[in-house]
Design a protein around this ligand. Structure first.
Ligand SMILES: O=C([O-])CC(=O)C(=O)O
Length: 166
């Protein structure tokens, strides 16, 4: 797949930015994983300090999609660790964007996926299974809907209503 640079995408799609069909996430994320640049159709998930649904999704086939987790910005536990990073890689997810924390950062940095998160936290999350899949989420100042396209690279993260061409 041809790599789409986010800065170039912004420059060449000003009409989409004006219309709101192309949005930039605020730069609040740390970069983890082997893939500094990644993209794909979005799967959304909203949870709070509970990663049962995160595991459920990352243990199904990713097919090049990006899991966007609205973890409510919690800095009190990790929603993704080394095992889930491995699973995401093995199941073919392109990446994970987490409005929350990861742990096992060294393991995740070895995985062949792209990961963005607010930071790291050594503690695991609850395991109750609460949360909602495939609903619109609001993270980093931006509405993100299931099925939209996400593009991440060293400069930032874009969300587009439709697939962008290079
Ligand atoms: O199970 C968890 O809470 C997450 C985790 O540590 C892992 O993915 O290795």
């Amino acid at each position: 797949m041809a790599y789409l640079a986010t800065a170039e995408a912004c420059d060449s799609n000003t009409a989409l930015i004006v219309s709101g069909d192309l949005r930039c996430l605020q730069p609040i994320f740390q970069i983890y994983g082997q893939c500094r640049a990644f993209s794909g159709p979005v799967v959304t998930l909203k949870v709070f300090e509970d990663n049962v649904l995160v595991r459920e999704l990352l243990e199904t086939r990713g097919e090049g999609r990006v899991l966007v987790i609205d973890g409510g910005g919690s800095l009190r536990c990790a929603l993704v660790g080394g095992n889930l990073g491995q699973s995401a890689q093995n199941m073919g997810w392109a990446g994970i964007v987490i409005n929350g924390c990861i742990r096992d950062a060294d393991e995740i940095n070895g995985c062949d996926i792209g990961v963005r998160a607010l930071g790291t936290h050594p503690q695991k999350s609850n395991k109750k299974g609460f949360g909602e899949k495939h609903i619109p989420v609001h993270i980093a100042g931006t509405l993100v809907r299931d099925g939209e396209w996400l593009y991440a690279d060293s400069d930032g993260i874009l969300v587009s209503k439709t697939e962008l061409t290079v």
